[in-house]
Design a binder for this molecule. Sequence first.
Ligand code: HEC
Length: 161
Amino acid sequence: MKMLFRVLPVFLVMALLAGLYAHAQSDGWLTGATDRDEQIALIEDYIGGYSGTMMEVGYRFESTHQAIQDDNHELAAYHWDKLGGAMEWGGIKRPARAENAELLFLGAPWENLDEALRDNDSERVVDLFNVARGACMACHEAEGVGFMNDQPLLRNTEIAP
Ligand code: HEC
């Protein structure tokens, strides 16, 4: 019995430590990593590559489309600006995609719509939105993901003049 009282505290302390360890494992997925390189690798993995960028681009594209149809060019310009920023971050994360992004999209197609929205020029806005939509699709073809174009976000977003 005396022996039991001697070892019991040891067991309790061990159980407490095991509990704390498990807690650190489940919550501190980043702070619990052993060194800085491992932490950075985890962040990089979690942020992801081009598909994460394209999810944001898709959302901004749809919002731009809606804002143009609502004749809210200020809101459309806001989303279009964020879309360009997201696309640039995509190129930083995946330099192999940056060349086509710049060649096919970030030059005239992005810039001209940006300008027309700021000028509040409805006729040019509609024309240039359709041009930019075509540039999205051309890049999907060029990057070997042409199947991306066969979805409502791209199939149904051409705006009638
Ligand atoms: C660099 C050329 C390029 C341009 C420009 C581009 N895309 Fe993409 N897009 C891709 C690639 C590559 C993928 C596939 C990503 C992957 O497999 O990781 C993709 C995937 C997507 C996806 C699927 C994302 C997902 O994983 O859920 C959507 C939606 C999308 N693009 C919309 C657009 C729209 C809208 C535009 C124009 C505003 C656009 N893209 C412009 C290359 C491009």
